[in-house]
Design a protein around this ligand. Structure first.
Ligand code: FAD
Length: 259
């Protein structure tokens, strides 16, 4: 599948090979888009890919409930047509937060009404697995699991990045992955600023907006006599004294099969 829109800043690149660092949601989407613009896309991920939507180290929150918010779901559907139906068939419920969730706050329970805005409740592990399955069908995308990127490689003069240094997770020495012509990299919460610093460049300025919010989720067995009148229960409390001094915190529960 090819995407017709070509980003302006890649228009003068020789689009033979692109490398994506990290196979999180961002990396998977980047890989999908780049496959429409580059001859070959390699996605490097330091973790091994789990099976049956199990968790993995790089995404410790993976097994917990995630809400695929409406706009995010629409964007995923555009690049992975039929995904929403696939998630529904796998048991991930669609939630109208204002109707299906019983939301308790320090000021009381929020009023219940049908907003018409639905989002899919899904575990991150399942979502990643389904996206990976789709990308594996693309002939020009190749995954390299268990490959950690440890630095950047520059060409003569040091003005252009021409590759990455990677190592197999384990005792193996770092090896170079050459990208003979052009490449494109997408880095999630990885170490790009440090790598640029090692090459003598200033690290990009970082702005951190700390919402100071923390929360926990867990899976519960649905009781036999559950009325079924709600599917989610966000419970918010102000003023928890948690490590990291979260100012507000809460927990949330959603009914449905663990997916
Ligand atoms: C507890 C929690 C709950 C959340 N709930 C929601 C939610 O309900 N809805 C929602 O939309 N968002 C939610 N988020 C946010 C969402 O998880 C993040 O926005 C999203 O994970 C960002 O994706 P990413 O691909 O950019 O980065 P990441 O998920 O951090 O992925 C980065 C990937 O790169 C890999 N990697 C890192 N370094 C290297 C390296 N050197 N070499 C190779 N691979 C590397 C990692 O293993 C990982 O796979 C939640 C986050 C947390 C922590």
């Amino acid at each position: 599948m090819r995407d017709e829109s070509t980003p302006k800043h890649t228009s003068n690149l020789n689009r033979r090979h692109a490398v994506v660092v990290g196979a999180g949601i961002g990396g998977l989407l980047a890989g999908r888009v780049l496959a429409g613009h580059f001859g070959r896309v390699t996605i490097l991920e330091r973790d091994a890919f789990p099976h049956d939507a199990a968790g993995r180290k790089g995404v410790p929150q993976g097994r917990h409930l995630h809400s695929l918010v409406t706009r995010g779901g629409e964007i995923l559907e555009r690049y992975f047509p039929g995904l929403d139906a696939e998630l529904a068939a796998a048991g991930c419920p669609a939630l109208d937060q204002a109707w299906d969730a019983r939301t308790d706050t320090p000021a009381g329970r929020l009023p219940r009404f049908r907003s018409g805005i639905a989002m899919r409740a899904v575990s991150r592990s399942l979502l990643e697995e389904r996206l990976r399955d789709r990308l594996e069908e693309e002939p020009n995308i190749r995954f390299r699991e268990g490959h950690e990127v440890v630095g950047l490689v520059t060409g003569t003069g040091g003005s252009a990045v021409v590759g990455v240094r990677r190592r197999r997770r384990g005792p193996t020495e770092a090896e170079r992955l050459s990208l003979p012509t052009s490449w494109w990299m997408r880095v999630g919460r990885v170490r790009a600023p440090r790598w640029l610093g090692e090459l003598g460049y200033d690290a990009p300025e970082e702005e951190v907006v700390d919402a100071r919010l923390g929360y926990a989720t867990r899976w519960f067995k649905v009781p036999e006599d559950f009325s079924g009148e709600w599917k989610g229960w966000p419970y918010c409390r102000a003023g928890w004294k948690t490590p990291g001094a979260a100012r507000s915190a809460g927990s949330r529960a959603t009914c449905g099969r663990p997916a």
